[in-house]
Design a protein around this ligand. Structure first.
Ligand SMILES: NC(=O)c1ccc[n+]([C@@H]2O[C@H](COP(=O)([O-])OP(=O)(O)OC[C@H]3O[C@@H](n4cnc5c(N)ncnc54)[C@H](OP(=O)(O)O)[C@@H]3O)[C@@H](O)[C@H]2O)c1
Length: 319
């Protein structure tokens, strides 16, 4: 891909910051970086420019919890009028003990996907993704299972027991952390990243032929602020102990490098979820083969739920 224009969400800390920094060093000509407030993201830009000595960053206010903020960001991008080659949908969070819903009634760790969907569809509608654009969204290993202390919901079983078999209604309940969902923060996070993996597969079927989208787990990198909401036991006991085990933690730069690696993958693997090998949270990334990730009925149910909750449908945009 020609190294031209990238947009990175959630750049005020952690992996988004590291990714923007690396892209500048790799000579991308413009990197649009986002933060919830313009003042905050301008500070980040000053820091990035001081570190990289490259005046290539454009600050953009984007709070993915607020549809109005996504709309304003899109209006700014239309004004800039430059098609994006690499869209890195990195923003995300591990939720805390207390269930938090946005003003739009979306569970806090699910909200970034809703905002990212609104942003991506808005860019597609405005013709602001280049014909060979690559879209990478942050996934995480808990979406495939086998990560201690995190479990994802068996959506087919949950749909059967609580939603008369309607998987889309079941995913909507997870997005909204509805009354029939038992809120457990780590499981909410696993579900959020599972919906991300399904959304990617469904979006891949809808993208123009030259474009591609992947979910990519950056893997473990606990030096970021990702653990800010987790329980003290997890934060101060479990994570430091686990970090002593070789291969259980990486620098933010290494973790962000996985996003950039995937941005060079082909259209043949569009729609897939790339993560560490089973049992690992670092090392090379590989396409995940777990059957629940490849269940097309669940992928389409997730797409339908995201469309409903976000109020934005891409099929109508494509027509
Ligand atoms: N670090 C890891 O071990 C790890 C492992 C697997 C996956 N991931 C994923 O990697 C991504 C980056 O995480 P990180 O480790 O860099 O964490 P981080 O240091 O907490 O950075 C997260 C970034 O996302 C932004 N953000 C979160 N929710 C947002 C929202 N609703 N609207 C706008 N911005 C929002 C944050 O902004 P504010 O500070 O303003 O909230 C921040 O800039 C996340 O999607 C995370 O789930 C991380």
């Amino acid at each position: 891909m020609e190294h031209s224009i990238a947009l990175v969400t959630g750049t005020t800390s952690g992996l988004g910051y590291a990714a923007a920094n690396t892209l500048a060093r790799e000579r991308w000509s413009e990197i649009i970086v986002t933060g919830r407030s313009l003042a905050g993201i301008k500070e980040t830009v000053a820091q990035l420019e001081a570190e990289t000595k490259k005046p290539v960053f454009t600050p953009l206010e984007l709070d993915l919890d607020r549809p109005s903020s996504v709309q304003s960001a899109l209006a700014e991008l239309v004004k800039l009028g430059r098609p994006i080659d690499f869209l890195l949908l990195n923003a995300g969070m591990v939720p805390g003990k207390k269930r938090v819903l946005t003003a739009a009634g979306v569970e806090a760790s699910q909200a970034p996907l809703i905002g990212h969907h609104q942003l991506t569809v808005g860019l597609l509608r405005a013709n602001l993704l280049s014909p060979n654009a690559r879209i990478v969204i942050a996934g995480a290993e808990p979406a495939r299972g086998g990560v201690p202390m995190f479990s994802y919901t068996d959506v087919a079983a949950f749909a059967a027991s609580h939603h008369r078999g309607d998987r889309s209604a079941a995913v909507e309940a997870l997005l909204r952390s509805g009354p029939d969902v038992k809120y457990v923060p780590n499981n909410a996070y696993a579900d959020a990243k599972l919906v991300v993996a399904w959304w990617v597969a469904a979006l891949a079927r809808r993208l123009p032929s030259g474009m591609a989208v992947y979910a990519v787990s950056p893997g473990g990198a606990t030096a970021t602020k990702v653990v800010r909401n987790v329980s003290p036991v997890l934060r101060y006991l479990f994570i430091p102990i686990v970090n002593l085990i070789p291969g259980m933690n990486q620098t933010p730069e290494t973790a962000a490098g996985r996003y950039l690696q995937a941005s060079e993958f082909g259209t043949d693997v569009s729609g897939q979820f790339f993560a560490s090998a089973q049992g690992k949270v670092s090392g090379p990334i590989e396409a995940q083969r777990h059957p629940h990730l490849h269940d097309q009925a669940s992928q389409e149910a997730a797409w339908k739920a995201v469309v409903k909750v976000s109020g934005v449908d891409f099929s109508s945009a494509a027509n």
